[in-house]
Design a binder for this molecule. Structure first.
Ligand SMILES: Nc1ncnc2c1ncn2[C@@H]1O[C@H](COP(=O)(O)OP(=O)(O)OP(=O)(O)O)[C@@H](O)[C@H]1O
Ligand SMILES: [Mg+2]
Length: 283
């Protein structure tokens, strides 16, 4: 069988390479209803290495959330291959290989901030003292040290989202799936959370798949930025934004290499601007 032979030889070729955190090949997702069918994703190929930070960017409705939901086993692909650490998405979910922070905070309203963050740790029988120490660390990290005993409906939307992020980080997962987690935050908090996320992903070695509408945010955070096209969602470009000789800190936000990378992603998204509009960002 040609397909089987191909598969065998591919496996042999990559035998020594580390298993990717995420492996997606020829992935399609078609939503079918009485009104007709919508192709949300078509022929998507993407590998995310362990510890790599990859952002997905593209116009509204291009399938970013759909792709993240497939990786997180919250939806099933119509066709194609999808593996998380070499396993089916379902198995990776059962193994708690990833943490999720999505657009909606999804907190339990009857539990306090501390109890929401603690939930995954309690479910996995982490000892009380360790749980409490980790929760203390996380509430400080998200700037809600004074709100540990508050309930979600006593918090603003942005504060709720910060709690959801802390909960996703609680178990230091090796893959984080994040869907516009900072979209509801004010600019200052957002930049602080970005800095923290850089630190956390470096410290934990977690791979991150991060959906955002913000080009500077994608560039600041990522090793690679995946640019998607309007429906049917396809990957049109992958921009390598690893910036040699720079750290991912506040100084980077004012670095020429950063502006250049932002311009490169913008061009990939919108096509190259007319010469008059290019100015100093021209590469
Ligand atoms: N459960 C569903 N049933 C039917 N269609 C869906 C469903 N979920 C998503 N879609 C469709 O799939 C397409 C992609 O949606 P998706 O939510 O992935 O986009 P997105 O890139 O995350 O957009 P945004 O940036 O606005 O969040 C859209 O056309 C949407 O209407
Ligand atoms: Mg979305």
């Amino acid at each position: 069988m040609t397909a089987a032979e191909t598969r065998t030889s591919t496996t042999a070729t990559h035998a020594s390479a580390p298993t990717p955190a995420v492996h997606v090949a020829g992935l399609d997702r078609v939503f079918t209803s009485k009104q007709g069918s919508v192709t949300a994703l078509s022929g998507v190929d993407l590998d995310v290495a362990p510890g790599e930070f990859v952002s997905l960017i593209g116009p509204s409705g291009c399938g970013k959330s759909t792709l993240l939901r497939l990786i997180g086993d919250l939806d099933q692909a119509t066709s194609g291959t999808l593996e998380v650490f070499g396993k089916r998405a379902r198995q990776a979910r059962l193994d708690q290989d990833y943490g999720i922070a999505f657009q909606q905070a999804g907190l339990l309203p009857w539990r306090t901030v501390a109890k929401n963050i603690e939930l995954p740790l309690a479910l996995h029988k982490v000892g009380k003292a360790d749980r409490e120490a980790r929760v203390r660390e996380l509430v400080e990290l998200i700037g809600l040290g004074d709100f540990a005993g508050s309930y979600p409906d006593q918090l603003s939307g942005g504060m709720q989202q910060r709690v959801a992020i802390a909960r996703a980080l609680a178990e230091r997962p090796r893959l984080l799936l994040m869907d516009e987690p900072f979209g509801a935050l004010d600019e200052m908090t957002r930049e602080r959370m970005q800095n923290e996320l850089v630190r956390i992903s470096a410290e934990t070695g977690a791979a991150v798949v991060f959906v955002t509408h913000s080009i500077p945010e994608a560039v600041f955070l990522s090793d690679r930025v995946v640019v998607m096209s309007p429906r049917p969602g396809r990957i049109v470009d992958v921009v390598d934004v690893r910036l040699p000789g720079t750290g991912r800190d506040d100084a980077l936000r004012e670095d020429q290499a950063f502006f250049d990378a932002v311009a490169a992603v913008r061009e990939a998204l919108h096509g190259a601007p007319p010469p008059a509009a290019r100015g100093v960002e021209n590469r």
